[in-house]
Structure formats: structure tokens, C-alpha cells
Design a binder for this molecule. Structure first.
Ligand code: GYE
Length: 328
């Protein structure tokens, strides 16, 4: 008996138990599709908050088409309640596989349990959840955000090793409660602890967005006359902050050292132009690997519990060299 058929039966049984009525014993072996045999993937995306996110969405849509997978795509506009709604819709539509990038880490157990009870495998992509029950999802495909923060911090420690006085750092955090904001903060803080001169004097969320990055940086500049370093959890907030820094009469990349994460094209351009000083890469091109995983879990194959994305870091010189071939 095929896994998909098994799942269809499990789902049907769940329906019977829930509704207390006898579900029709359909002979369809095709999950939630229109009968053309394609695997149906329900994907709930965080939103469209950054250049990274746009590149990630494109990668997923293109890879689904390439793999012959029918994609039901939902944009949650950075709201957890929208993601939960989308996942419930996918369950109702009996899609074959659900994948999503959880906007925040907490609060997913109930809906994940619903998917499990319906016999629909779930894949986490890009961001993790903090659920203790590891049986609620098959795998997590994405970056090591703690490492990204640590690489950013280690570079700064190296640059400032001869500093004799305090080095004042401001931090633009990503979306509050999100895995990349929590982890990048943690990795960076751990790395800079190596040099007691390095101090975070202000740290606030800019929600991974350009406009918010600009606005929060304006406040930072008003409250702290002596900012030496900006650590932004993504390129977009760093790009927004550039405007605030210039408007305050300071030269980005010189008066204020700027470190970001992602390495999307606009960020790489700012780095090559000398406005940023260092970027830890975070790859958004997760589509092809995700589709491979979708096929495997749909077929009932075992997959590794964690698949980590490979990434690097860029200095200004390295950005100049890499820019011409940058895909996103
Ligand atoms: O760094 C940021 C985006 O979850 C890795 O989300 C992703 C982050 C990325 O908004 O730009």
C-alpha cells in the first residue's frame, strides 16, 4: 500500500472520529490534487519583509515548477495567526505535504498536532520552532543563525583587538521572537564577550524591514552620540539605517562600522561601495532542496532531522569580486 494511500486512510479515519460520521471510502490515491497525480505542497511563507524573503519565495516557486510539484502558496504578512489559518486550510484541503517558515519560534504545537493527526507530514524551512515534541515535523532545512551571529561578532573582535577604549555597538534585531533574531543575538553576544571593550549600548527590533531599520537607527543616533558599530540582523535594516546615518552627518562604513547578515544583492552592493564593512551570508535559495525533501517525505522515506545550509562571509573586497555573479 502506498504511503499516500495510507495517509489518505489515516486522514479519513480522523475525519470519521472528528465528525462522527462515516467518511466515504474514496478510491482516490492522489491526495489533495485535482487527480493529475502531482504531489500537492501547501507552503506558508512569512511575508515579503526583505530582499532575502523575496529571493526565498522566488526560489520556492521556481523549484516547485521545476520539480512538477503543485504549490499552494500563502503569504502570512508576518502574522502567526495567518500562518496558523493557512496551515489549517491546507489540512482541510488534504494537501500531501505542508512546509512553512515559522514567523516566530513559539506557539505551534496545537496546529502541528492537527497536521500530524491528519497524517500530513510537515517540513520546517528557513526558521525553526521551539516545540519539544520532535515528532511534530519531519525535518528542518535552514541556516545556523547562531553561527551567523558568531561569525559577525568574531570579525568585529578581530578588527578591534587593538582598541584601548570602549567600542560602542548598537544592534538592530530582527522580528521579535523569531529564530533568526534570537539566535543571531545570542551568537553575536557570545563572540564579542572575548573583548571586554565591546559593549552593546542599545538593541531594538527593526522587524527585518528597511523602513523600521531607518527609524530605529534615528532613535539610536539621537540617544547615543558615540556609536562606533552597527550590527544589523539583516541587510535590509542596515540599508535603512544608512539613510539615518548619512542624515545625521556621519559616514557609514567609516565613522560607523556596519556589520549585517544575509548578503542579498543590495547588501553586497553597499559592502562593495564601502558603506557596509562585513556581511555573514544567509542563503535564501532553499527551493530545490525543499522540493527534494517534499518528494521524500511524501514517499515515506526517512530524511535527516536537520539539514543545514552552506554559507560564507564577505569583506568589502570579497563582495566586489562576488557581486557580478550574485543571483539574488
Ligand atoms: O535573514 C531576513 C528575513 O529567516 C533567515 O528573514 C530569514 C531572515 C532573513 O526577513 O532578511
Amino acid at each position: 500500500m502506498s504511503t499516500r494511500r495510507t495517509r489518505t486512510i489515516v486522514a479519513a479515519l480522523a475525519t470519521v472520529l472528528l465528525a462522527g460520521s462515516v467518511a466515504a471510502c474514496g478510491n482516490s490515491d492522489t491526495g489533495g490534487d485535482g487527480g493529475d497525480g502531482k504531489i500537492v505542497l501547501g507552503f506558508s511563507q512569512v511575508g515579503a519583509e526583505s530582499g532575502w524573503r523575496t529571493a526565498n519565495t522566488t526560489s520556492i516557486k521556481e523549484a516547485a515548477t521545476e520539480a512538477g510539484i503543485e504549490l499552494k502558496f500563502d503569504d502570512a504578512q508576518q502574522k502567526q495567526e495567518n500562518q496558523i489559518k493557512a496551515i489549517r486550510n491546507f489540512i482541510q484541503q488534504k494537501v500531501d505535504v505542508i512546509a512553512f517558515s515559522p514567523v516566530v519560534e513559539s506557539g505551534w504545537d496545537t496546529v502541528l498536532k492537527e497536521a500530524k493527526d491528519a497524517g500530513i507530514p510537515v517540513i520546517l524551512t528557513d526558521r525553526a520552532v521551539d516545540s519539544a515534541d520532535r515528532s511534530l515535523y519531519k525535518t528542518f532545512l535552514g541556516s545556523d543563525f547562531v553561527k551567523e551571529g558568531r561569525l559577525a561578532g568574531e570579525w568585529l573582535v578581530e578588527q578591534t583587538k587593538t582598541a584601548t577604549g570602549p567600542v560602542n555597538i548598537v544592534e538592530l534585531q530582527g522580528t521579535t521572537g523569531s529564530a533568526p533574531a534570537n539566535d543571531r543575538k545570542e551568537g553575536f553576544a557570545a563572540a564579542i564577550a572575548a573583548n571586554p571593550n565591546l559593549k552593546i549600548v542599545a538593541s531594538q527590533s527593526g522587524d527585518f524591514k528597511r523602513a523600521d531599520g531607518k527609524q530605529v537607527m534615528e532613535q539610536f543616533l539621537k540617544a547615543n552620540p558615540d556609536i562606533d558599530v552597527l550590527f544589523a540582523h539583516n541587510d535590509d535594516m542596515g540599508l535603512g539605517a544608512l539613510e539615518a546615518i548619512t542624515a545625521a552627518g556621519k559616514v557609514p562604513g567609516k565613522d560607523i562600522t556596519i556589520i549585517t547578515i544575509d548578503a542579498v544583492k543590495d547588501g553586497m552592493q553597499a559592502l562593495a561601495d564601502g558603506k557596509f564593512n562585513f556581511i555573514a551570508e544567509c542563503s535564501p535559495l532553499l527551493g530545490p532542496q525543499l522540493m527534494e525533501l517534499v518528494k521524500k517525505v511524501e514517499a515515506g522515506e526517512e530524511v535527516p532531522a536537520r539539514i543545514e545550509t552552506e554559507e560564507t562571509t564577505f569583506t568589502q573586497e570579497q563582495a566586489k569580486a562576488a557581486l557580478p555573479n550574485r543571483k539574488y
